[in-house]
Write a protein that binds this ligand. Structure first.
Ligand SMILES: [Zn+2]
Length: 394
């Protein structure tokens, strides 16, 4: 009995224990359910938050990317080539090639739409095609009314890698001016050596001298690439007016402002992809002076000042007795309209490398090769080699 009692008690106890355990189990189960619910809720919130954050990240990426085009150019840091690297880079500049191979074939009359213009265009395109860097070439042709009737213009465009987000633009104009003949006098053939055959030849020499470095830069797919523009129709046919001048640059600035970049971008255009437009004009005469025209690009003008000083001190400039003779911070600019104007009006940063005051033979038949100074042209090309090597981190 005892046994049974005890066994019953035990059993009772056991049963009641089991009953008690069942109760706890129910509480536990509901706690587990609660926990599971909480976990589920937390997971759901995490997932919603995750989606939200992911979308937000994509949005921020787009915003950051859009800002990159406009902001990165402001914070772009130039490279710092060593003296040995500078020596090596500028030793690639070949004065003979610049003056005889590039320049001679540009120094012909090259009125927009003429045979001479077409020959010069072919020369520029064939020189660029011969380089190993692999330039993407394009001719932006259009027709516009002028005081001399409907005229065909053709800007020459060359870009190292069209897919790269940002571009440094290096430009000049290749058309020559139609000088009016004196009444009853012969037609005047204006060659425009400094205006702007020499700047075009300098650009060809720059990319020829830096060909291997530009190819290596292209392979590295950096954030900035180089674009060349040879504008047509910079000169007025008659008097300079807003409609009779800058035919090519007005057309290209408008075209670039309507071209999405990167392709398909709803936010940004090719114009916003331009870090800086470096425009060369009226170069070739001895003792030119270049001044800074825009506060917003003063730090890039300063690079030219320092490049001249550096090359002088390394003994790499010829017929250059004074440390600072070309790029002067002490001289003040007069406003100059040129191919940069349509870009400047649309907010593109500009570095205008134009001799001021203009050469004495400006827009006269005297603007010929005989008036040019080979040492000056070579020195300025070397200064631009340093500028490009720094900007593009070659
Ligand atoms: Zn001119």
């Amino acid at each position: 009995m005892k046994m049974s009692k005890s066994s019953r008690r035990y059993r009772a106890a056991a049963i009641s224990d089991i009953g008690a355990l069942g109760c706890c189990e129910q509480v536990l189960m509901s706690r587990v359910r609660l926990l599971m619910l909480c976990l589920f809720a937390v997971l759901t919130i995490a997932m919603i938050l995750g989606f939200y954050l992911a979308n937000d990240t994509i949005d921020s990426n787009i915003q950051v990317y859009v800002a990159d085009l406009t902001r990165d150019k402001l914070y772009h840091k130039p490279g710092k080539p060593t003296a040995a690297q500078i020596r090596r880079l500028v030793s690639q500049v070949n004065q003979g090639r610049l003056l005889y191979s590039h320049l001679r074939r540009i120094l012909v009359e090259r009125l927009p739409g003429s045979k001479g213009s077409e020959r010069v265009r072919k020369h520029i395109l064939s020189q660029l095609s011969s380089l190993s860097a692999g330039w993407s070439l394009d001719v932006d042709s259009f027709t516009s009314p002028t005081p001399h009737g409907q005229t065909r213009f053709s800007n020459i465009l060359a870009v190292l890698d069209p897919d790269i987000p940002r571009r440094l633009l290096l430009a000049c104009h290749y058309d020559s001016k139609a000088l009016p003949a004196a009444p009853g006098g012969p037609r005047k053939v204006f060659l425009g050596a400094s205006d702007s055959a020499i700047p075009c030849a300098m650009i060809l020499e720059l990319v020829t001298a830096l060909d291997v470095h530009l190819r290596m830069m292209k392979d590295q797919r950096s954030q900035v690439t180089l674009q060349l523009v040879f504008f047509d129709g910079e000169e007025a046919f008659e008097e300079w007016t807003p409609t009779d001048s800058l035919y090519g640059s007005r057309h290209l600035a408008e075209l670039m402002s309507q071209t999405p970049h990167p392709p398909g971008s709803p936010h940004t255009t090719l114009l916003q992809a331009v870090d800086l437009l470096v425009l060369l004009d009226l170069i070739g005469a001895p003792d030119p002076v270049f001044v800074n025209h825009f506060d917003s690009t003063a730090r890039w003008f300063d690079r030219l000042v320092l490049a001249e000083k550096k090359l002088h001190n390394l003994g790499l400039l010829s017929s250059h007795p004074v440390e600072q003779s070309y790029f002067r911070k002490d001289a003040h600019p007069a406003p100059v309209e040129d191919d940069h104007t349509p870009f400047l009006q649309r907010g593109v940063p500009v570095l205008h490398m134009i001799a001021t005051p203009f050469p004495s033979f400006w827009h006269t038949l005297e603007d010929t090769e005989q008036k040019m100074n080979a040492a000056t042209v070579e020195n300025l090309t070397k200064i631009l080699v340093v500028f490009l090597a720094e900007y593009l981190r070659l």
